[in-house]
Structure formats: structure tokens, C-alpha cells
Design a protein around this ligand. Structure first.
Ligand SMILES: Cc1cc2nc3c(=O)[nH]c(=O)nc-3n(C[C@H](O)[C@H](O)[C@H](O)COP(=O)(O)OP(=O)(O)OC[C@H]3O[C@@H](n4cnc5c(N)ncnc54)[C@H](O)[C@@H]3O)c2cc1C
Ligand code: SF4
Length: 319
């Protein structure tokens, strides 16, 4: 492939738009293996790590956190601006290994493809082969890494852990395209498992976490099979608590549904109420009420329920 190294975000978007086969390149920790696996193409790779400004992390006067799309996960974790963003630090620390975090970028983490083993291993499944092909995960091993809520023809999940936490933090993305910049709420960024709403020539230039969300108490629980592994299930709860009463909250389940799953019925149940153990249990049950598991992964609903209860317990203890 041909490598381009633009220094300006507009130039990068123009390079991406100019060639149908051009792809953004962050650290390459997903794109390069995905190319070998036959699930990513691209004759031209546009390296975003050389784009001025996309490696920056800044805090606005009002306390908004602005993270460049090409900042590496390791750099982000080292930044003083993040000292109080514990859930974000926990999330980063749970991703892969230090070596990978030194390479992997924020934009690349959000845009990484689904990990479904069948998809990555050359099976001509629905997502690789088209609508006449089956989903091999339905009859194959789907115990850990497939959806238990809301999947239809494809049972894969969005693998990005940052996406789960950023959704709970109401983050928004500055998306740069050849015609300028648009803002996409994190919650609306995914169109399917590891699939985004980005159009031709578009890239994630920046992620913004607003000060109001950063002031909330936010906790993460991630279940994985071994250290450095992807989430089998994860939960991020972000709550504004005053005197034990939930003024506002977000509950987001990761690796449970095709895209980060916001448990709105549970949020509604909690809002305006005192966070007792009993209420936490009810809310945790409400989080998985819409579950529609495969035969081998119903246990993930039970795990997620327990993790939500644990998150809420941690928040109650902290207030
Ligand atoms: C062993 C291992 C364990 C892992 N464990 C975890 C885990 O626990 N949790 C987790 O979340 N991830 C995990 N990962 C995935 C890893 O985090 C991603 O590979 C990495 O974050 C991708 O970032 P990158 O910069 O290398 O992206 P790249 O590989 O460069 O790109 C990935 C995709 O994003 C696109 N892209 C890159 N940057 C941008 C941008 N700014 N705008 C638009 N599109 C862009 C590329 O075109 C490509 O499609 C793991 C990976 C490995 C190998
Ligand atoms: S879960 Fe999706 S990607 Fe995996 S085999 Fe089924 S259709 Fe293919």
C-alpha cells in the first residue's frame, strides 16, 4: 500500500476522499491484521499520527476534555488533564497490553472492526459474504464474544472499550470530512457492530467530554477472560448523585449488544430516587430485561446484571 503522511486534518480528509480505496491509519494495531485477514482493504493508507493537533489533549477553560483522534492510549493515560477521570483511566488500563496501548490511538480504538472469530477467520458469513450467507456464530461458539441483547442477522459486538465509557460520558466526536467538520454524539456513532456512520473521506479528529459529564461519578466494571483481553461484558455507570439521590445517570453495557447499549429503562428507574441496595438490584434487572441471548450466552445477562449492581454499589459507597 501507498503511505501518505499529511500534517493537516483537512489535507488528511482530502486525501481520504480523493481515493475510494484510501483508509485512515492510526497505530495500525487493528487495520494491519484486518488487511491480512481479508476484512480491510485500502491501496492508500493515510497516517493520522503526523497530523498536527490530532496528537493533542487539552482542557478548555470550562473544563471540557478535548482528545485528539491520533493520541495514543498510553499517552492519554499519562496526561495530567486526566488525573481525575478515573473511569477513563480504568478503561484505558483495561485495554490490551502496554505495548499495544503505546501504538493504538483513540480514533483507531473507536473505529476498530468487530472481532467475531468467524468473520476474522475467513468464514463467508452474512457480514463477509452477503445477505444469502448465514451467521456462523449462531451455531458456533458464541459463549463469550457475541451479543445477548438486540442482535438480528449478525451477533457480533462493538469491541471498543473506549466507546462504552465515552457513551456513558455523553462524549461527542468532531468528525472531519472533505467539506468541513461535523459533530456526532458518541451514542450515534455506531451503525452496527464495529461499524460507524463515517462516510467517505471522514475521520475522527477529536473526542470531547464535556465538563458536566466529567463532574459525575463514573465507574467501570469489565469482565474478560484474561488480562489484556477484550471485554466479554462491561458496564459503565455515570451518575450525578446528591445526598444519596440520583439526579441523573447513564448506564451503558459494552460487548453485550451490537453497539454500546444504553439501558434507558434502568436509568429512568433510578432518576430522582434514593440509591438504596434494593433500587440498585431493580435497576440492574431492568438493564437486561431486553435480553435476547443465544443458547450459549444467556449467562452474560446474569453477569451484566451483577456488574451493574456492583457499579451502583460502588457509587452509593462513594457518596
Ligand atoms: C491482543 C489485543 C488485545 C486487545 N484488547 C482490547 C481491549 O481489551 N479493548 C479494546 O477496546 N481494544 C482492544 N484491542 C484492540 C485495540 O485497542 C485496537 O487494535 C486499537 O485501539 C486500534 O487503534 P489503532 O490506532 O491501532 O487503529 P488502526 O489499526 O490504525 O485502525 C483501526 C481502524 O480505525 C480506522 N481509523 C484509525 N484512526 C481513525 C480515525 N482517527 N478516524 C477514523 N477512522 C480511523 C482505520 O482505518 C481502521 O479501520 C486489542 C487488540 C489486540 C491486538
Ligand atoms: S456474528 Fe456477524 S460477523 Fe460473526 S459470523 Fe455472524 S454474521 Fe458473521
Amino acid at each position: 500500500a501507498e503511505l501518505r503522511r499529511p500534517t493537516d486534518a483537512a489535507e488528511a480528509a482530502t486525501a481520504l476522499a480523493a481515493d475510494r480505496s484510501a483508509r485512515p491509519l492510526g497505530g495500525g494495531t487493528d487495520l494491519l491484521p484486518a488487511r491480512r485477514q481479508g476484512v480491510a482493504d485500502g491501496r492508500v493508507l493515510v497516517d493520522l499520527t503526523s497530523v498536527v493537533g490530532m496528537n493533542a489533549v487539552a482542557e478548555s477553560a470550562g473544563g471540557d476534555l478535548c482528545i485528539g483522534g491520533a493520541v495514543t492510549l498510553a499517552d492519554l493515560a499519562r496526561r495530567p488533564e486526566l488525573a481525575g477521570d478515573e473511569a477513563l483511566l480504568d478503561t484505558i488500563g483495561s485495554i490490551a497490553s502496554q505495548q499495544i496501548r503505546e501504538m493504538a490511538t483513540v480514533g483507531g480504538n473507536l473505529c476498530q472492526q468487530k472481532r467475531c472469530w468467524f468473520y476474522r477467520s475467513g468464514f463467508d458469513c452474512y457480514k463477509r459474504g452477503g445477505v444469502t450467507c448465514p451467521c456462523y456464530a449462531v451455531t458456533g461458539d458464541h459463549r463469550f464474544y457475541h451479543a445477548a441483547i438486540g442482535a438480528h442477522r449478525c451477533q457480533a459486538v462493538t469491541p471498543s472499550d473506549l466507546a462504552t465509557t465515552f457513551t456513558a460520558l455523553d462524549a461527542s466526536l468532531a468528525v472531519r470530512g472533505p467539506g468541513g467538520t461535523r459533530t456526532v454524539p458518541m451514542e450515534e456513532f455506531f451503525s452496527g457492530p464495529g461499524e460507524t456512520v463515517l462516510g467517505r473521506g471522514e475521520l475522527v479528529e477529536e473526542v470531547v467530554v464535556a465538563a458536566a459529564a466529567r463532574r459525575r461519578a463514573t465507574v467501570l466494571e469489565k469482565l474478560r477472560l484474561w488480562e489484556g483481553d477484550f471485554a466479554v461484558a462491561s458496564v459503565c455507570v455515570s451518575a450525578d448523585l446528591a445526598d444519596g439521590v440520583v439526579r441523573d445517570c447513564r448506564i451503558v453495557l459494552g460487548a453485550m449488544a451490537p453497539t454500546p447499549y444504553r439501558a434507558r429503562p434502568a436509568e429512568d428507574l433510578l432518576r430522582g430516587r434514593r440509591l438504596t441496595g434494593q433500587l440498585a438490584e431493580r435497576a440492574a434487572r431492568a438493564c437486561v430485561e431486553e435480553g435476547h441471548p443465544l443458547p450459549g450466552n444467556a449467562w452474560k445477562l446474569e453477569a451484566a446484571r451483577g456488574m451493574v449492581a456492583r457499579c451502583l454499589g460502588r457509587l452509593a459507597e462513594a457518596t
